[in-house]
Design a protein around this ligand. Structure first.
Ligand SMILES: [Zn+2]
Length: 416
């Protein structure tokens, strides 16, 4: 007998509390449409941005079948320009302001507001989502800075504590004394590359499970962590705009169960904005209808993914988010970071890399952090990838940095 995904179970419980009935994908969609209708009225009344953006939109008059599609998109640039215009509650009700640097080249800071209630809903999601991942662990390690109250690490700590798991937040693991603090942790949570490096440097830590969270998680990184630690590897997708959490894998690890009781996920064509059929890839677009401080209508995340409506083997029947394939537009960076990730991390000697792209010189410099010299096959694969993009690759390598402490972070920067 299968056990229903805990996240889907939580969705059903929440929806039943508010409306009493739920059967399958179509009634979920109908319930969400009702929530979005309420959300449109709420943001039009309370947010300066949507008062203008949705002027003339009467959600009551829109047909259920096309309600969402009739609404305009919200773009990251809209938030960058004037985040306070999205605020729907008085400033004193904002429990948490998250500032994050834009991934764009402008260096602007994006600010996201959350109420205490918004934060609590994320803690609920984390607590449920972590149950099949942390399992019987009594101790977990979170590789995220614990310096911000109400930050993602803090919410995870609280969620795990609710499940009876004590959590340690740690930064880069630079020596064996720091690594010793993590001994006995049955579950590790963090970004893919730091955890890959940790698993290479300290294979004896051997947690039972690992949860990776990022907009792109190379299969090769998952495989190497799995081999180094002989553990199960789960993935999560979330962004600050959704209150950190968005979708997480269940014990079957086939797609990510979405927080359907709080947000609606659509997949749209990144060029035209038209909806993509289930199963097809496109830009992940979210409507965070349950948020009180800063609900977002059809927010274009810039991440590429797909939605799978086949039932999950765990018993879950709601749509799931498939593998997230990273950023759609990396500021004109071509080759993309995902393409480079797939080549670089398939080489078992490589722990990290950084690259800089000069479009003026048609040249990309790639510095590999490697235990040994990179294999000839890796060098050739990078060269031919760049050649296909019409640029020249200059590849160098250096010895490994201290475990968990990348001297340069994985990524590609533009130098002109
Ligand atoms: Zn499942």
């Amino acid at each position: 007998m299968t056990m229903l995904s805990i996240v889907d179970g939580q969705t059903i419980a929440r929806i039943k509390r508010s409306s009493g009935d739920l059967r399958g994908v179509f009634s979920l969609r109908a319930w969400q449409t009702g929530q979005i209708r309420k959300c449109v009225s709420y943001v039009r009344e309370n947010s300066e941005f949507y008062r203008q953006r949705l002027a003339g939109v009467d959600a009551e008059k829109l047909d259920d079948a096309c309600l969402l599609e009739s609404l305009p998109f919200t773009f990251p640039g809209d938030i960058l320009d004037a985040p306070e215009k999205f605020l729907c509650v008085p400033a004193k009700e904002v429990g948490r302001v998250v500032s994050l640097r834009s991934s764009g080249t402008t260096g602007q800071t994006k600010r996201i507001f959350l109420t205490g209630g918004d934060v609590e809903r994320t803690v609920d999601f984390f607590a449920e989502g972590m149950k099949p991942i942390a399992k019987t662990s009594k101790k977990a390690a979170i590789g995220l800075p614990a310096n911000a109250l109400g930050g993602v690490a803090d919410l995870l700590v609280r969620a795990l504590e609710r499940n009876g798991v004590s959590a340690i937040c740690h930064g880069p693991v630079v020596d064996t004394a720091t690594a010793a603090l993590l001994e006995g942790c049955g579950c590790f949570v963090g970004a893919p590359v730091p955890l890959l490096k940790l698993s290479c440097a300290y294979p004896r830590l051997r947690p039972m499970s690992v949860l990776l969270s990022a907009d792109y998680i190379p299969d090769a990184v998952m495989e190497r962590i799995r081999e180094n630690w002989h553990c199960e590897v789960f993935t999560h997708y979330g962004l600050t705009e959704t209150g950190f959490g968005c979708a997480v894998q269940c014990h079957e690890r086939k797609g990510h169960h979405i927080r359907h009781s709080e947000m609606m996920v659509e997949i749209v064509d990144p060029f035209t904005g038209s909806g993509r059929p289930y199963g097809q890839e496109g830009e992940i677009t979210v409507t965070t209808f349950a948020n009180a401080a800063m609900p977002l209508i059809r927010y274009r995340t810039g991440d590429i993914g797909s939605v799978d409506v086949s039932p999950c083997e765990c018993g879950g029947t709601f749509p799931r988010l498939g593998k997230v394939r990273g950023r759609f537009c990396s500021d004109g960076i071509n080759p993309s970071i995902q393409e480079l990730d797939d080549i670089v991390f398939s080489d078992r000697g490589i722990l990290d890399y950084s690259a800089s792209l000069s479009r003026a010189q048609s040249k990309m410099s790639v510095e590999l952090e490697a235990v040994d010299a990179p294999s000839q096959a890796t060098v050739l694969a990078i060269e031919s990838l760049c050649m296909r993009k019409g640029i020249y690759a200059a590849i160098s390598h250096r010895g490994k940095a201290s475990a968990g402490l990348p001297q340069k972070k994985r990524g590609i920067s533009l130098i002109d």
